[in-house]
Each structure stands twice: as C-alpha cells, then as structure tokens.
Design a protein around this ligand. Sequence first.
Ligand code: SF4
Length: 863
Amino acid sequence: MTATKTTCPYCGVGCGVLASPQPDGTVAIKGDPDHPANFGKLCSKGLALGETLGLSQRLLYPEVNGQRTSWDQATALVAEKFSTAIAEHGPDSVAFYVSGQFLTEDYYVANKLMKGFIGSANIDTNSRLCMASAVAGHKRAFGADVVPCSYEDLEEADLVVLVGSNLAWCHPVLFQRLQGAREKRGTKVVVIDPRRSATAETADLHLAIKPQSDVALFNGLFRHLCGSGQIDGQFVHQHTENFSATLMAANEWSLAKTAMACGLTPSELENFFELFAQNKRVVTAFSMGVNQSTSGTDKVNAIINCHLLTGRISKPGAGPFSITGQPNAMGGREVGGLANMLAAHMDIEIADHRAAVQQFWQSPRMAARPGLKAVDMFDAVRDGRIKAIWIMATNPVVSLPDSNRTVAALKACPFVVVSDVTANTDTARLAHVKLPALGWGEKDGTVTNSERRISRQREFLRASGEARADWRIMADVAKGMGFSGFDYASPAEIFAEHVRLTQEGNDGSRKLDLSSWDGTDYDDLPPLQWGGSRPFESARFQTSTGKARFVATPYVALSEQNITLNTGRVRDQWHTMTRTGLVPKLFAHRAEPYVEINPQDAAQLGIKAAELVEVSGALGNSLARALVTDAVRPGNIFQPMHWNGSFACASLANAASEAQVDPVSGQPALKSASVTVKRFAAAWHGFGISRDHVTPKADYCAWRPINRGMAFECAGEKVPKDWGVYLYQALGAGGEVTSLQSHDSNSFRCAVVKDGQLVFAFFASAAPVEVSRDWLQARLGQRVNTLEVLAGRPQQATEDQGPILCACNAVGVKAIGRFIQSHPSANLETVCDGTKAGTGCGSCRIEIRRMMHEAAKPLAAAE
Ligand code: SF4
C-alpha cells in the first residue's frame, strides 16, 4: 500500500512522516526521507504515532450537558448562545481560545469569524504560552514576526548557543541534526540554562545561570563585544537604528556585575564571551526558557541586539533563531491567530490594514483593537465579562498557570464549548457542549514549522464516529449566526484564500507572501519555505525605515522568593498527554510525576530520594516523586507539566504556578514561580496492576497504560482501616481474591484471578513497595502462579533489565550498564549495536553516553 506523506503533529521541528495503514487496522509509521526538516528521522514520540490512533479516549459524537445530540442541534445551540451574548453584551463578551495544534486552515477560519464577523479580537491561542515573547521581540527588532534563520544554519554554524532550550528532549530530531554537524565540523555548543538538562550535558560549555538572568548575560555580552572591537560598523551604520541608546544602557554591564547578576564566575562568562567573539558563524537558538518569563520579550531583544551588533544575522550559519514548541504555532502567527495580530502579517493597530482585511473578507464589522491575551481572557471569563467561550484543540486547565483559577473561571462561565479529539480532558469535563474534532490522520490541511516551512498534514484514515474538521465546525456555526463568507467546500479553498490575503496590498513590504504557490496542486503541495532560507539576506527589514532596531533591555532581577519552580517537558511525552499518554512504552522513560530537587535543599527539607513531596503555590499544590539531583541549582526545582487529572489525582504542576505575564507579550512566566516544598508524610505506599481502569482512592495516585491494562503508584497519609474494603472500592466485585495482610495492617498484598487469568494485583506497605514492576506488568492477563505473584518477583532469578531507557527497543538501564561494564573500551556505536539501545530514534543516546562517562570515571581516577 502506498504510504501517505504527512507531518508529525507534535513539536515545531515539523518532521515529515510516511503513514501506511495496514490490513490489520494498524498504521505503520516511518520518517519521510524526502522531507527537508528531518530527512527520514523521527524521535520516540513521532515513531509511536501509529499507537495513538485508537478510539478508547475519543470524543465521537456531539454532546450537550453530557447527552449525545445531533450536529444540527449542537451547531444551532452554539450559534444561538454566541449570538445572544453578542446581542445583549456586545462582541467582546465572547471568546475563542484555540491551539497550535490547529491546522492553518482551522486557524484562518477562527480568526476570520472572530475578528471580521463577530467584530472582537478575543481570540487567543495556547501558542501564547509558547512563543508570544519571540513574536513580540521579532516585531520590535525586525518590524514583523519573521524568523531570520533556517535549520541548515544550525549545521553551518561554528558556534551554537542554546538558551533556555532542552533541544535534546523537546526538539530531538533538530538536536540530532546539530549533533551530526558537530561530528562533521566540530561545531562548539554553549548551553545557557539554570538546569543541567540532557542538552546541557552534551555541551562544550554549560552556563547554569540564575533563573531569569538572561537579559543581564546578553547585556554583558553586548558591552564585551563593543569593548573588544567586534562591532560590524558598516552593518550597524547602514542597516540598524537606536544603537547609541542601547549601547548607553548596556554600558553598566561590566564583567563583574554581569557575573554577579547571573551567579557565574567571571572566567566562565569570559569563556562564553570569547567564544562568541571569535566565531563569525554563530546561531543563538532559544526556546521556552527565554519566552516563558516576565522579561521574555526583553530576553529575545537582548539576544537579537548581539547579532545585529556583529552583523551575525541572515548569513549562512548566523542569526538569532526562535525554535517553536508547537507543530503549527507558526501557521497560527501567519493567519493572525493571536489576540494582538490581524492576518497575513498585517497589524490590528493600523487602520489601513484593518480596512484592507475587512474589504478582502467583505465582512460586516472588524475588531477595532487587540483582544484579550490568554491569561487576561480567562480572568475575564472568571469575572463575568466573557459570557461564552469556545475552547478548541487545547486543554487550558492543565497548560495555563494557576490551574485552579482556570477551573474556577470555566465553572463560573454561563456557556463553555469544547471542540476536541479527546472526550474527557480536565477542560472538557467542564464544558456544556462538546464537539468531536478530527484527529491526526483524519484531518487535512497545512502546518508551518519553526523555519517557516509549510507542509501538508494529510488524511489517511476515515473520520472516527461523527468527528468533523475544526474549520467546518466553525464555518457551520458562522452560517448559523447568519454570516456569509464561510461556504468552504475544502481546506484547499481556505488555503487559497489565505494565499490571496498574503498578496493583498503587498508591494513586497511584507515578507509573508505566498504568491509563489500557484494554487493548483494543494493535494500534492510539497514542503514550501516562505521567505527563503534567510528572509533578511538583503539586510532590508520590515520596519518603516527598512532598518532593524536595537532595543535597550533593562534587567529586572527575579525578586527574592522561596523556591523557584521551573516547569518543562520530558523526552517521551507531549504536552497534556492526550495522545502520547495512550502508549505504554512512552512511560518507560519517566513513569510518574516527579520533581528534581537539589541535594542541599532535599537535606534541609528532610526529603530523601524517591519520597513524595508537596509543591505549593499561592492557590494550589501538587504531589510528585522527589528526584534528588544536582542538575538543578539550590533553591530551584524542576517539574514536568504533563501529568493531569487523566493520569494522576493530585499532580498538576501548574496548580502551583503563578499567573504572572510578560508586560509586552502577555506570555506567562511558567519557569519561575515562587513555591514552597515539603515532604509528604506518607503512612503507606502502594503499587498495583489492573486489567480494567481503576482509580484507587489515595492522597497520591498516578497511573499509566501498560500492555493489557494499567499500572498505578499510590500513597496515603492514613493507612486504610480495612484493605479488603479499600480494594473492593477500587476494583468492584468479581474474581478470586488471594490476599496476605500483616498483623499491624501495615503491609498488604493481593492478587485477583478471573477466568484463570491475573486481572489485578496490589501491594501496599509502610515503606515504598519493593516488587519487580516489569515482571508483574508482564504477568497481567496471563495464567499465573498466584503465590509467585504475591511474592512480587519470579521464583527463579532472571536478569533484571532495570528501568527502560530506550523506549523504541525496550532496553533497560541495567542491561546497558552490564554491557558497558563488560566492554570497558566500547565506543557509543558499539554499546548501541551490542544492546540495541539507541538504534531506534536515537533520543536516548545522550543518556547512554552519560552512563559510559560515569562508568569511565572510576577507571580514570584509578589511573
Ligand atoms: S522531533 Fe519528534 S516530536 Fe518533533 S516533529 Fe519530529 S518526530 Fe515529531
């Protein structure tokens, strides 16, 4: 069967995928060797896409107040409620909150409906949480939101500076391209990150700066470059403005002062400054660690300033490069899917632009000013200014800061609509109307990646249930509200309209111009990069003078706080886990919610490794397993943001984060919340496996899918009086139960066999449960020796794999460790070949390399 060429729906790398439905209903996934983003490679998440396509969690039919209804009724209700709110309270009383998961065509229709027909700009997107500061920084410096680099620049650079970016885990295929370049041309890599991430471990230089001190660092670099004769005078003179004011502001940043602000030694700083000065080909790539901050926009401009100063921009291997988190954050920006944008890179605050777009759309009214950005939008929902909100393809209860505020807002809102693929997200549970959207493989349209490359996401599966394309759902509601201009028959028609709008009134002054696409072959559209590899190659920028702008960036230190919470991502999960959370092997790398905490803090707080901790903010708290490590600085913790109510009962990282935002971009500061941390005094710990989904009642419980069922870890402050009753509640009736209980009730084990097969087993004790989890998980659904199950491990010792490190080939840490020990002179390739670890997507190679270094240390010391 011919494979369909499509695009991965996860991160902003935008890898090409070949998807081949198989006769048995499965879908085989491979990287597309012809796609210029990935040349055939995929990471662990991309490779597992075929395993996310089941129907178990899907929303299949429209629902109103939990009852199945028809599309006609649901559409009419949404149209009527929105129309009524607008008639009674004005256009700003309604809002759309959309998503970087949207295809560009979906985004285009949402933006057109809200800004051009409803007449409000209250449309914002979860991309606000991802790259709004980069957008604002680009606009200030270049006059438009244009990314000046391409992926090939990372391969052509001599120095790559990664700021606030764990590229190895969050953009793994791009990281592998960089590693390939390092091997070929010896590219130096500097990582600037308070945390020693997997990426930092591979760097030539890691600057573990104080959280949020990036502006000071780049101001210091700016002054150093000026003082050491590194200014590209001709470029600065001919192609930039506002240099003098920026220089004056940066002058105070002596080496000593910068080092003090960043928590570094002067010599560490000098090393970096000299590397930057000596290498003409420098790319500074940045991501969430820069953007998710109260000074995110200033950080972006402080970075851009250094590139403008040295003319290191829009030349091969040189430039500031924002790497986006979401698959189509960039496409959303192109069609104006943010509350402070218009469409086709026109400006909502310029009357001529508004008039041009209104004329093009033939629309009855236009939003006259920017709308509410994400955090402000949910505040307006909470205080009653917004009467109806439509949330599409996103899960803000989990991803926005201060989760409890978002929950309170949605509970208070008179009318909440959620369109989604998944039936029961933390957000969908609060909706009055749920509308089933097409999932990946079913929908059809385009996405744009971090290097401005538009690729097709193509349909290769039939729609599930009654799911519909997001653009069609919105177009039907628009028609129900009495608007014309939404009679689209296909995404191709929408894309063609978007292309025409990029040409509207565009005399070359706007870089976003898709006229090179002739509109005839949407189905076969090959990946298309607008603006070329380097859109500012001519050094003509999109400002009114054509010159790039330096922006003086005042440094504001993080105020004294308790412990600084940095939220982020793990290697094998994607955002709120609605899809990656369906794949057992993607939990092998990180099975439970966890918090990285420095050994000094752990000792001071009386927290031991693997104990549970409670992280508390002003409005909420979460529980997670302590991972004691010096990868985080004292006073800092790191907690992944993925776990939510669909995978754990009390582990929402953003429950403890704060809703502070960057004043320019409105992006929330998700990496520097002030929290307190304390040991959770667990009186008992439990581990269980179950064929059917159960949610044991416990203060802490986290569950994950495994083959033929689920596994869970739990703990509580009070030992249940009667374990039998506790289990009955968890499990329901049925099966043959064999149990063992200690006299003091502090230890309990049970196994349940039904029709000869193990369907449930549970182990609880006062100390963390020590059983062979992998071995037990493999027994589920099998005929078993019940006593062996109750022992929690096989009667005859087998070689333990240890926790799985390589998710692709299921190779554990212990197996790799044994191989390294028995082959002390093996190189990375030999270890990978010998164990099969790292031979799939390759994302775990960094950790294998680290194990090899750790194993080599005692030898080196002995020599
Ligand atoms: S790097 Fe991984 S998650 Fe990102 S687009 Fe490629 S395959 Fe998908």
